[in-house]
Structures are given as C-alpha cells and as structure tokens.
Design a binder for this molecule. Sequence first.
Ligand SMILES: C[S@@+](CC[C@H](N)C(=O)[O-])C[C@H]1O[C@@H](n2cnc3c(N)ncnc32)[C@H](O)[C@@H]1O
Length: 258
Amino acid sequence: MTSRGWLRVVGIGPGPAQWITPEVQAVLTEASDVFGYHSYLDRLAPVGRQELHPSDNGQELQRARRALELALGGARVAIVSGGDPGVFAMAAAVFEVLERAPAAWRALDISVLPGVTAMLAAAARLGAPLGNDFCAINLSDNLKPWSVIATRLRLAAQADFAIALYNPRSRARPDQLQHAFELLRSERPERGAQTWVAFARAVGRPDEDLSITTLAAADPDRVDMRTLVLIGATGTRCIERPNGQPWLYCPRHIDEVR
Ligand SMILES: C[S@@+](CC[C@H](N)C(=O)[O-])C[C@H]1O[C@@H](n2cnc3c(N)ncnc32)[C@H](O)[C@@H]1O
C-alpha cells in the first residue's frame, strides 16, 4: 500500500511559541489535520482550512490510531505533544499502535520531530542542574505499577543521579510525591538537608514559578501537574544571587567515588 499522506509526530515545547522549532512550525503550517490533547491544540492557531482533532487525556492510543488511519487515507497529519513527543508522550503511543497494526501500515511516511522537553527548559531557567549525569522518571502510576517507580527512585538515588520527576502530582494522585520524597530521604539520610530540590512550575508561561529548597524541607503541597521537580545529586551546588533567585548547577567533574 502506498499513500501520499504522511504523519509527523511533533513536540511544541513546554510553553511559548519561540520554543517551537522552525521544523515543527513548518509541519504545523502544512498539515491538513492536527491531533492532540485539547490544551495543546488550544495553544495553536489553525491554519486555513486545517482541521483540529482535540481529545482527552487517556485517549492516546485512539488518537494515534485515528491519526494513522487518516494519514493512510492520504491526509497530511500532525500529532502534537507538549515538550518533546518522545518523552512520556505521543511518539511511543503511535509506535504501539503501529506495531500491532497490519504490516502494510509500516509503509506510511512517518517521522518524529524533536521538541524542547520540560526538563531541559526547567534546567535552563534554574542554571545547569543537569550538568552531570541525570535521569528522568515519570511519577505517574497510571501505566506502570508504583513498585517499579519506587525501585527506580531508590536506584537513582543510590547511583547519585540528579533526578527529573515528570507528572509529579495530580488531584487523582495527591500522595505519591510525598512517598517519593520519603523514599529518597531514606536513601540519603545523612544528606537530606544538603540535597537541593527545585520546583519549576509552568516554565515559559506567564505564571512561571521557580523555587529551590532542600529534600529535608521539600513540601509536596507546593507541586501540581504543571510542575517539573528536580532533585539534585551530591555534587549539585546553589549560587545565591542578590535578586533572591539562586542558580542551581551540577559541576561537570566528580572528584571522588561516593
Ligand atoms: C505527560 S508529561 C509530558 C512531557 C512532555 N512530553 C515533555 O517533553 O515535556 C507532562 C509533565 O511534563 C511536565 N511539564 C510539562 N510542561 C511543563 C512546564 N511548562 N513547566 C513545568 N513542567 C512541565 C510536568 O511535570 C507535567 O506533569
């Protein structure tokens, strides 16, 4: 089967239009159909007779299937994620559908275009907290058991990674960030007061809010689903500034085995 249609899986960054790459912007201009979670599509201005197909959270596989079907029928389709489409987002959902679909679907012209993920935007605002080794963990247990998340947190703390926590807390999951902090404190009992923690909320948006605290003092009630939580490593340092907004950074060198 050959189709003149195509599917582009794109990321529109975490916030402002200037963080959308020119490559993604060009696709959004050319697409006949744009799929995505409704609040991401609300951020886009439809072009000409382009059709927007908003849907809810939890509809990722249906959204991916419908987008693939339309592209197979000849449409120029963009499927949109916030941030980067490969980070806890739609690219994996598209390939999940594709893997189970008829083999002929694999001939479709598909590509994944990168975007600025929330972790990198937050890190840039804070300074350079990902300047040494780090990992990213999705704290939501909607698609994986909490036991897996707990193991990953524990091992990341033992390995002394800086840790970026996506999806840290929601109304449906109010307690997990507290559990995560307790687990990290138990892994770093002697370092709780020296482990830096940053809450980066709504980065790039008008209501952006950055705060820096320690693991010992970190209050999960300050965090919502629009927040990226960054846990520092042992080497992470905080440089105070006169404006009260310190820089957080992790040096590139590690002097000793911890
Ligand atoms: C489903 S994940 C999607 C991640 C997205 N694909 C990315 O690459 O950034 C949503 C989570 O990303 C983080 N996030 C997205 N946009 C953000 C922003 N502007 N400021 C802070 N965190 C953000 C939050 O942790 C949020 O719960």
